[in-house]
Design a protein. Structure first.
Length: 411
């Protein structure tokens, strides 16, 4: 089926420009052509007029958790649900994410191994409505680290599915990486330092050695996969960059040496700047304990200062929100936060589209309105200069299929 989308404005994220009066031809799953609005539409093509809306590539979130207890401060809740219950609840998370305009996500870890691969496969088969997903399968973490359910009594032994990625040494890392990729994951997620929301861990403290991180990078590369590393602390960030990881997640205590290493190695930064704003208003109601809130307060200001320095230095910035720590579908609120800490609107939108596609290695299929790529397109009211408009996505198309249309009449 062929469609023609007419729009008053179109975001060319590659050039950083807003094009006026354009028509996008869609054939099957792909974009066929981008034409001036006055150009004739081929016969037999259904025309959809988006009016005064702005057409944009579908947004990309590099750091989501579609599976698990969303916006809950008590990780023990993870073991109060069955895998089946978590899978069913993730259906709503996936739908909310797609309808908010995020047509692609990287899902970077679950406490219960491989429920994320099941969600991805259900979306790909058409059983579930949701974004394109690249998934991590399980966290690779030290036994008491940020990728484990912490805060339990010492004599409680969790089932293996909650300990699947637990490692002790380099050989363990290689084995877990193989097992996770053999189990269907698309990438590897390491927990390189302590975590803000893991009871007892220290965000700035390294938890994996550089040798362990490098082993994961090398093993993943054998399968054409890459590694994302949760790293708050400066030493953990430096270890990860030197070891050749694809992206640093969070990066709260990124220092000048870390920035230089990331520039040298081409490492992406995925920093969840907006989540702390949500947490400041909802932490008590969501059940986040005093320890976690105190760690977050300390990390937040450091993260925002580090982000501004990284932007000025030219570090490659991806768009990652940590959705799941807050309710799904709210991720676009981070766009204006990026602008508050050093980005222009054009830079912020490119970060949430083409740059994130490049980080995933998917720039040949998503991230811009380019002939040959998937027809993953969204439309927002008004002009593109106000990025807050992206919190009000009115039209969503994924792979040539309209999944949301609050704008138009078809003719």
């Amino acid at each position: 089926m062929a469609l023609a989308l007419r729009c008053a404005r179109l975001m060319d994220v590659e050039a950083g420009e807003v094009l006026t009066d354009r028509t996008v031809l869609v054939e099957g799953e792909r974009i066929r052509a981008v034409l001036p609005g006055a150009a004739p539409v081929p016969g037999g093509v259904e025309v959809i007029d988006l009016g005064e809306a702005t057409l944009s590539p579908g947004l990309i979130d590099l750091h989501t958790h579609l599976v698990g207890i969303a916006a809950c401060g008590d990780p023990v809740q993870e073991i109060k649900q069955s895998a089946a219950r978590q899978a069913f609840e993730s259906i709503n998370h996936a739908r909310d994410t797609l309808l908010a305009g995020f047509t692609t996500v990287r899902d970077v870890g679950v406490f219960r191994a491989f429920v994320d691969t099941a969600l991805r496969d259900a979306i790909n088969s058409g059983i579930v409505i949701g974004p394109r997903m690249a998934v991590a399968g399980a966290y690779v973490t030290v036994s008491t680290g940020g990728g484990m359910i912490t805060g339990l009594a010492h004599d409680i032994e969790l089932p293996r599915e909650f300990r699947f990625g637990s490692v002790r040494d380099v050989d363990d890392v290689r084995e877990r990486v193989r097992q996770i990729l053999h189990g269907g994951a698309d990438l590897i997620k390491l927990i390189g330092t302590g975590a803000v929301m893991a009871t007892g861990t220290v965000p700035g403290a390294p938890e994996l050695t550089e040798a362990q991180i490098r082993a994961a990078v090398e093993e993943a590369a054998l399968y054409g996969a890459y590694v994302a590393v949760h790293a708050h602390g400066s030493e953990g960030i430096r270890r990860a960059a030197r070891a050749g990881v694809r992206s640093i997640e969070h990066g709260c205590y990124l220092d000048d040496e870390g920035i230089e290493l990331m520039l040298e190695h081409g490492t992406y930064l995925s920093a969840d700047l907006w989540w702390s704003d949500w947490l400041a208003d909802h932490a008590d109601a969501a059940g986040f304990d005093a320890e976690s809130q105190a760690k977050n307060d300390h990390a937040t200001e450091a993260q925002r200062q580090a982000f501004t320095k990284a932007v000025r230095a030219g570090v490659k910035i991806g768009f990652g929100t940590d959705a799941g720590g807050f309710p799904h579908g709210m991720q676009a609120r981070q766009l204006t936060t990026l602008c508050a800490y050093g980005m222009t609107p054009a830079q912020a939108l490119r970060t949430a589209t083409l740059t994130s596609a490049e980080c995933m290695g998917w720039e040949d299929r998503v991230g811009s309105i380019t002939p040959g790529k998937y027809a993953d397109l969204i439309a927002v009211p008004g002009t593109s200069g106000d990025l807050s408009a992206f919190t009000d996505v009115r039209f969503v198309m994924k792979g040539g299929q309209i999944v949301k249309n609050g704008l138009t009449a078809r003719g």
